[in-house]
Design a protein around this ligand. Structure first.
Ligand code: BG6
Length: 588
């Protein structure tokens, strides 16, 4: 997955407008970037760099037309040569790509036989040479369509033709949005990146191509190259303040945002909460699915609904759910959880579930995302824009919605709001300077460790998993969360003198069994760190958290988020853009 942006119009330095557009897309991949602009002599000039975008604009080109790309490598290492855009042999076509061309090697072999020269190891470069090859017998537009139809896999491309001064773009799977301005037009991977320039947009559908110059936008079907009239939408989206203010990183800013967001959810989401609990009550089998952090929120949901509403909800990691849909019927409800709404493993699972007749309910943070637009029912998380790749506020927003939907299903919504408010008070306490100092000191002690183990039972088990994920994502330390009961069935073999072990000691039916696990780890030399309301002497470190019933999962995970953050800071890492990760994964 990558971020792609294109501009044509009256701006004199189109490359810098594209540069700023890419900055808003960097969450989609940041190992290298590049921009191609058509200079006044109609020659394409290209700038490509490895690493994050930074702040230096490109001022030595006068151009009114440019494309740009920020990369998350799939094929070929992180090098300037493999960065996009890629040019054809004539240098008059420049291409940027998001996705994977699964059959690129066969296409490349036949193009090599036709004399094309390749400069990179990427699958993407094959696309611009195949278009060049088709142009030998077809017009530009037909050549783009003919080439794109040969690609297997989920892809989106934008091609800039310097001679015709036109963009061609095509979509199948990866997101692509068209923005219409006055005397200028745009293309981007994400509608949010267009908001600073226009609110008049069109979400391209799979199987469409679009041709854009500074005056005209025409949309065609890929299957039969038929022009189609489409409706542009005027977005009334609030353009969230996305600067990090006085915070050194987006991750710590977004950790602090959680107090306000949880208060907002308890006061403004009743209609959606009632709708979702009604859907669950009328369904014959409900499945919570998500990826990464959203998968752990889904798993927590199964405990929350069992305990609060006495309802059994199923859980599956979205990338596996596609292999588990055979029993779905039109009476089934699939609740898809996602921050971005663009994670392809989830989009694909939803597509397969829809084919089985299941209804889709999206608990999503990104208005206008593919998941939001494809779902039958939608409930926006309203966690605001989440810029840090390490997800924090979207997780607690998901937990809060699942808790309130479960309480509403049990006919006790106000009681649900009460425990969420208690968790907000606990969260505010944890975010106070002196408490954070304690967490920071703990993180400083753990920063040189290679392994950290976290146990939790019941609803604290997914919290243990998510805590481990935050530590792994932000600090690259191997952390493993697991069900407390599984300790003695294997993992305990990894515990020796001084091994840091965290235990989430919830004030519920899991308390004594979790404590037994703590004893067993201590007996093998574990350095025991406890989270809970009742300290025990056995612990070497203890972080006190007031009990707020099932909502204690919220302050518990905020501590996990802070440990991950302070470990990253201690190790001098960037918690907002960890290596090898991206905010939304749009490739398989
Ligand atoms: C990963 C992110 O790419 O996708 C994780 O790094 C996230 O933070 C996961 O949890 C799922 O993303 P989403 O947007 O579907 O919730």
């Amino acid at each position: 997955m990558c971020g792609i942006f294109a501009y044509t119009g009256k701006a004199k330095q189109a490359q810098n407008l594209v540069f700023n557009g890419l900055k808003n897309l960097e969450y989609r991949g940041y190992d290298s970037w590049g921009i191609a602009a058509i200079a006044n002599d109609n020659k394409i000039q290209v700038v490509k760099k490895t690493g994050k975008i930074g702040n230096s604009a490109i001022n030595n080109i006068d151009s009114t037309m440019a494309i740009g790309h920020t990369r998350w490598a799939t094929h070929g290492g992180v090098t300037v040569k493999n960065a996009h855009p890629h040019l054809d042999c004539t240098g008059s076509l420049a291409l940027i790509h998001n996705g994977i061309i699964e059959n690129y090697d066969q296409i490349k072999n036949s193009l090599l036989k036709s004399g094309h020269r390749f400069l990179s190891e990427t699958d993407s470069e094959v696309a611009v040479h195949l278009i060049e090859e088709y142009q030998k017998k077809l017009g530009f537009e037909e050549a783009v369509i003919a080439a794109f139809k040969e690609f297997q896999g989920l892809n989106a491309i934008i091609v800039m033709n310097a001679d015709a001064r036109v963009f061609a773009a095509a979509k199948n799977g990866s997101p692509l949005i068209v923005g219409k301005g006055r005397g200028e037009n745009f293309l981007a991977s994400d509608a949010h990146a267009l908001l600073p320039y226009t609110r008049n947009i069109y979400f391209m559908e799979d199987g469409e191509a679009v041709f854009v110059d500074d005056k005209k936008i025409s949309v065609y079907t890929l299957s039969d190259y038929q022009q189609k009239s489409v409706n542009f939408t005027t977005l009334d989206w609030r353009q969230d303040k996305t600067d990090r203010g006085h915070y050194p990183h987006y991750m710590i800013k977004e950790i602090h945002d959680q107090v306000k967001i949880l208060e907002y959810i308890t006061g403004h989401q009743d209609e959606g909460i009632k709708k979702f609990s009604d859907l669950i009550s009328k369904s014959f089998g409900t499945y919570l699915v998500g990826c990464g952090t959203a998968a752990y929120a889904s798993l927590a949901g199964t405990y929350i609904f069992s305990k609060i509403a006495k309802f059994h909800l199923n859980f599956s990691v979205a990338s596996e759910f596609g292999y588990l849909v055979d029993f779905l019927t039109e009476k089934s409800l699939v609740i898809a959880l996602s921050q971005s709404g663009e994670t392809i493993d989830l989009i694909d699972a939803v597509r397969k579930a829809k084919k089985k007749g299941a209804r889709i309910a999206a608990l999503v943070n990104n208005l206008g995302s593919t998941l939001y637009r494809s779902a039958d029912y939608k409930l926006l998380l309203n966690a605001g824009v989440e810029k840090a790749v390490v997800s924090t506020k979207a997780f607690t927003a998901k937990l809060a919605h699942l808790i309130l939907i479960a309480y509403n299903l049990a006919g006790k919504l106000e009681e649900g709001k009460k425990v969420i408010r208690e968790s907000v008070a606990a969260a505010s306490r944890i975010l106070e300077y002196d408490y954070q100092k304690k967490v920071r000191n703990l993180a400083d002690k753990l920063a040189n460790q290679d392994h950290i183990y976290i146990i939790g039972r019941g609803v604290s088990y997914p919290v243990a998993l998510e805590t481990a994920l935050k530590i792994k994502e932000a600090s690259y330390i191997h952390a493993e969360g697991f069900a407390g009961g599984e300790l003695k069935h294997g993992v305990i073999a990894l515990i020796s003198k001084g091994t840091p072990c965290m235990a989430i000691l919830a004030d519920d039916e899991t308390y004594s069994d979790t404590l037994s696990g703590v004893m067993e780890m201590k007996a093998r030399g574990g350095y025991m760190i406890g989270l809970g309301s009742n300290n025990q002497q056995i612990f070497d470190e203890f972080l006190q958290i007031p009990d707020c019933g099932i909502a204690t999962v919220i302050p518990n995970i905020i501590i996990g988020q802070l440990i991950g953050y302070y470990l990253a800071v201690k190790k001098g890492l960037d918690p907002d853009k960890p290596r090898n990760l991206a905010k939304s994964v749009t490739v398989k």
